[in-house]
Design a protein around this ligand. Structure first.
Ligand SMILES: [Zn+2]
Length: 131
């Protein structure tokens, strides 16, 4: 089943990926099972940010605390591939947990969505949410 993503979220991720280049940008995705309508840029705290990402743990804690007090629901995260296609790298596949999280990957001017499940990262089709 496809999920909807707002153009604001897509444009924000693409812009942040360009701004972070040649480092990887990363951040959090918010919404519901049917639509991603929020994102928040996070600091990439990985020691090798040109080739890896690690979302600032503080951003994750904040998102969980806000969710508990009625804030937007955390659905997943995104990161960019400055030098590669928007497909999971071997590292991404190794990192993915069987937790149902949505992964968005930005690369070559495109955004792809993936779902982390028991079979690893599987493509998650999406369409633009109606404005
Ligand atoms: Zn990656």
């Amino acid at each position: 089943m496809a999920i909807e993503v707002t153009s604001a979220v897509l444009e924000a991720m693409l812009g942040q990926a360009r701004a972070a280049h040649p480092r990887e940008a990363c951040g959090l995705l918010f919404g519901s099972e049917t639509a991603i309508d929020g994102q928040r840029l996070a600091v990439n705290v990985h020691p090798a940010p040109h080739t890896h990402f690690e979302i600032d743990p503080r951003a994750l804690i904040d998102a969980h605390l806000q969710m508990r007090s009625g804030g937007p629901r955390l659905m997943g995260h995104y990161h960019s591939h400055p030098h590669g296609p928007p497909e999971p790298s071997a590292t991404d596949r190794a990192l993915a947990a069987n937790d149902g999280m949505i992964w968005a990957i930005v690369g070559q001017g495109c955004v792809t969505l993936w779902r982390a499940g028991e079979d690893g990262l599987q493509p998650l089709p999406y369409r633009l949410a109606p404005a």
